[in-house]
Design a protein around this ligand. Structure first.
Ligand SMILES: Nc1nc2c(c(=O)[nH]1)N[C@H]1C(S)=C(S)[C@@H](COP(=O)(O)OP(=O)(O)OC[C@H]3O[C@@H](n4cnc5c(N)ncnc54)[C@H](O)[C@@H]3O)O[C@H]1N2
Ligand code: MOO
Length: 439
């Protein structure tokens, strides 16, 4: 008797599933910024998506100014071989320019940031200058060896008037905000925050803090998603846990679709009888994709209810995390007014060997380590999609394309550090790197 082969690998059907690049194309083609714009004070603009270009109305710095505390003089009156004595005729301080004109043969006592008086172009550092008092006047001996223009910061050397500093769509980092603030702009036109509703689903899911019940799991996905969404620059609102009934899922989605730009759900994404997310999207709106040839995260779905985007992620926390970083994050960023972000993939040698099933894209959790002074990637030893420990203990993801069938020791793999997704670094990883050092 021949026995029918059981489907013992839940990914055997991958050939019929949407390839990763097609899923990305669908997401990219369906997306445009959906939020309005608002004027935001420059300090509050940190982390916001810029809606219009920042063009500098002025040159920065506005004047030639001193880079050090010392004595300003005219280089044409200075002998760089022998040094020169100058009469000190006044002072220039930051915010208090020297008033009047500087006579021939004279220098001005000057402090860092002060405007260099007209006619002068060079500053000698005070440590190098000998000052002597002679009758009522004071003289400064500037030693040999200074170049014309030394210790002078030129007007406009940082920024030219009319220069475009920041393009629309940029997510403003502290250094971008500094650059805009330095031009004198008090407020910037930014996109209003994207509002994202976060639902967990499943009769087994309890909220952290609830008393434990046999057979239950605590909701790890919603707090994680809230952190991921905030890290992407959007506003997450926790909408609680939905029970496994079609009525509950459908009515919650219908209501949230009126109040939010995006709904992100976890759980109930696959084909079980208690999995209602896809059926609810179909009933209320339009589904654009479901089932991608990737691991983890295959049952992810994407659709819309009127103008609200719905992203249904699988329940397994690792699948939630990976799907969010690879698909949801760029999508949310674009909807929020940003450019589609591409994380940098760093080629790093593998310090392990492992076979891989071809035909699907895989994302492996990995740690960085140093071996003989070189950075290498080690794979987290276990693959389970429920292992939150693997997310906590890794430094990033190794991305393996559809054609890859195995990774051998020393092969270069594409490693994406979590820092590429604005998720910071694993502190213990850094300590570990330091401890192992290059010794
Ligand atoms: N017969 C098949 N079974 C499964 C398939 C399949 O193709 N055929 N796919 C597997 C894969 S892959 C995944 S991923 C999961 C996805 O299923 P669901 O999205 O329907 O997820 P659930 O069944 O609701 O949950 C899966 C797992 O995750 C736990 N979970 C759910 N929500 C949370 C939460 N908020 N916090 C922590 N953990 C959560 C849940 O208890 C389950 O253990 O389906 C496979 N099965
Ligand atoms: O791919 Mo599921 O998404 O393994 O956990």
């Amino acid at each position: 008797m021949t026995q029918a082969k059981l489907i013992d690998d839940c990914f055997v059907l991958d050939k019929d599933r949407l390839p990763h690049h097609e899923a990305i194309e669908i997401l990219k083609s369906r997306v445009r910024p959906v939020t309005g714009t608002e004027s935001v004070s420059v300090a509050e603009a940190n982390g916001r998506f810029l809606a219009e270009a920042v063009v500098s109305p002025r040159a920065i710095p506005g004047h030639d100014n001193a880079a050090v505390d010392g004595y300003a003089f005219a280089s044409r009156e200075y002998d760089p071989k022998a040094g020169t004595d100058f009469d000190i005729v006044g002072e220039a301080m930051a915010g208090h320019p020297f008033q009047g004109s500087v006579p021939q043969g004279a220098a001005v006592r000057i402090f860092t940031g002060a405007v260099i008086p007209a006619g002068l172009d060079t500053v000698a550092m005070q440590e190098d200058v000998q000052v002597s008092a002679r009758e009522s006047s004071r003289r400064a001996h500037v030693p040999a060896g200074l170049k014309a223009g030394a210790n002078r910061r030129l007007a406009g050397e940082d920024t030219k008037a009319g220069e475009m500093l920041l393009a629309p769509g940029r997510r403003l980092r502290p250094q971008d905000v500094a650059s805009a603030a330095a031009t004198g702009l008090g407020a910037l036109l930014c996109h209003a925050p994207l509002k994202v509703a976060v639902f967990s689903t499943g009769d087994e899911v309890l909220r952290p803090g609830d008393p434990f019940v046999d057979g239950a799991v605590y909701d790890a996905n919603a707090p994680m998603l809230q952190g991921l969404i905030s890290a992407s620059g959007a506003q997450a609102v926790d909408m609680g846990v939905l029970p496994d009934t079609p009525e509950a899922v459908t009515s919650a989605l219908a209501k949230a679709s009126r109040d939010f730009h995006v709904i992100v759900l976890s759980g109930g994404a696959s084909q079980g009888q208690e999995d209602h997310v896809v059926r609810s999207i179909d009933a209320l709106g339009k589904r654009h994709l479901w089932q991608i040839a990737i691991k983890p995260g295959r049952p992810m779905s994407f659709g819309q209810i009127c103008d609200c985007v719905v992203l249904g992620l699988p329940g397994n926390p690792v699948a939630v995390f990976v799907c969010y970083l690879i698909y949801v994050r760029p999508f949310v960023t674009r909807l929020a007014g940003g450019a589609w972000p591409e994380p940098v993939r760093f080629p790093v040698p593998a310090a392990f060997s492992q076979r891989k099933k071809p035909g699907r894209r895989e994302f492996w959790r990995a740690m960085l380590a140093r071996e003989n002074g070189k950075l290498v990637a080690t794979k987290f030893p276990r693959d389970g999609s429920g292992l939150i420990s693997s997310l906590r203990e890794s430094d990033g993801l190794i991305e393996l394309g559809e054609d890859v069938e195995s990774v051998g020791n020393g092969d270069l793999v594409d490693f994406i550090p979590f820092a590429e997704f604005d998720l910071g670094q694993r502190q213990t990883g850094l300590e570990c790197l330091k401890a192992k050092g290059d010794s």
